[in-house]
Design a protein around this ligand. Sequence first.
Ligand SMILES: Cc1cc2nc3c(=O)[nH]c(=O)nc-3n(C[C@H](O)[C@H](O)[C@H](O)COP(=O)(O)O)c2cc1C
Length: 414
Amino acid sequence: MKKLDDFRLKLGNSELVPIMIGGMGVDISTRELALVAAKLGGIGHISDAMAPAVTDRLDKTHFVKEKLKKYKYNKGNDDKSVVQFDLDNIAEATRIHVSKTMEQKEGDGMIFINIMEKLTMNNPSETLKVRLSSAMDAGIDGISLSAGLHLGSFGLIKDHPRFHDVKLGIIVSSPRALNLFLRKTARLNRLPDFVVVEGPLAGGHLGFGMDWAEYDLKTIVQEVMDFLAEKELDIPVIPAGGIFTGSDAVEYMEMGAGAVQVGTRFTVTKECGLPEKVKQEYFKADEDDIEVNQASPTGYPMRMIKKCPALHSGVEPNCEAFGYLLDAKGNCTYIKAYNEELEKHPDEKKIIVTGKTCLCYHMRKFGCWTCGHYTYKLKDTSRKQENGDYEMLSAEHVFKDYQFSTNNQIALPE
Ligand SMILES: Cc1cc2nc3c(=O)[nH]c(=O)nc-3n(C[C@H](O)[C@H](O)[C@H](O)COP(=O)(O)O)c2cc1C
């Protein structure tokens, strides 16, 4: 019986353990988590989502405070078009986040950064260009382009000296999205180095509508492989979403996948950025505690644990401090939802906005408990203690369980 360790992912001249820990924004996939994957010969991700807020917390920078100070006068104004990010600050925050990670890297694996197009930051193209370029400047091994079509992203960095050296990949949920991307980038003579195919059971934002349950990862992976074969393109395909055991992963490797991308099982590791109490919520969640909803202002459905603070809140929009989801005109659907609720309840001190959530605020506070479909199986991956809590796992333990397990077995902590 095969195990995941019987396979290797070839990326350029490197041979890697075919396990990629996916990017989990805002610092849920921490530097420490990414470093473990690289040390063990696989691939780890950090995320550039809200990098200025992340370095403020980790590295004592003051980007958020300074932005708020500059735009405080605009708080309460529904028009947020004036609230622009300082491009030098984004560059600086990204450089700090990436270089602080890369300087600690050990082992033969790699560290990538997850960059979401949907963080439009009131100036989509320029901010994205700065985010991509600064990560490359700071020595990142690779970039995963996610949440959005990214049709213009390669063009933004085509003149960067590391354009052909950094491993560049795209996350798609259909061959159609991949085809669009390849057509758009054809003239740049630069193919992606890997394609992550994310199915409907993943955590974070989904590349499907609310009919997500009608899709199935295996079918889409096969379609993407057939599409690439037809085009005679040899690009590693990396399935993601609901791959819970090493044996699940082996099934994809036997289909011809290059590696697998996983996330949920690492949300209950010591190295994951979620607060301890929240990790226990992930352990304890049952299947009916989890839903796919449309609360994210990005317009993509997102899977969450229903009782998370993000779904029971009506915080005032704080785009002057954050504003990562403001579109090119300075709009965010949360502002509209908030104002509608406020109009309905003008005399109430505290309102609750049900349709949308202020994702910037809640991701920053770890109050949006996004999770994969199989979060309800996490309790089978650890031991329950006398106080009812579960024993926290190490990322190394989970990584090695994926790498060496057979027969759908899950190793409990020693
Ligand atoms: C808590 C959490 C946060 C996530 N955040 C992001 C993100 O910021 N960007 C992204 O592209 N994918 C995100 N994902 C998706 C993962 O990178 C990964 O592809 C997916 O979760 C794999 O499926 P699995 O969780 O069933 O293993 C997130 C997943 C989880 C569980």
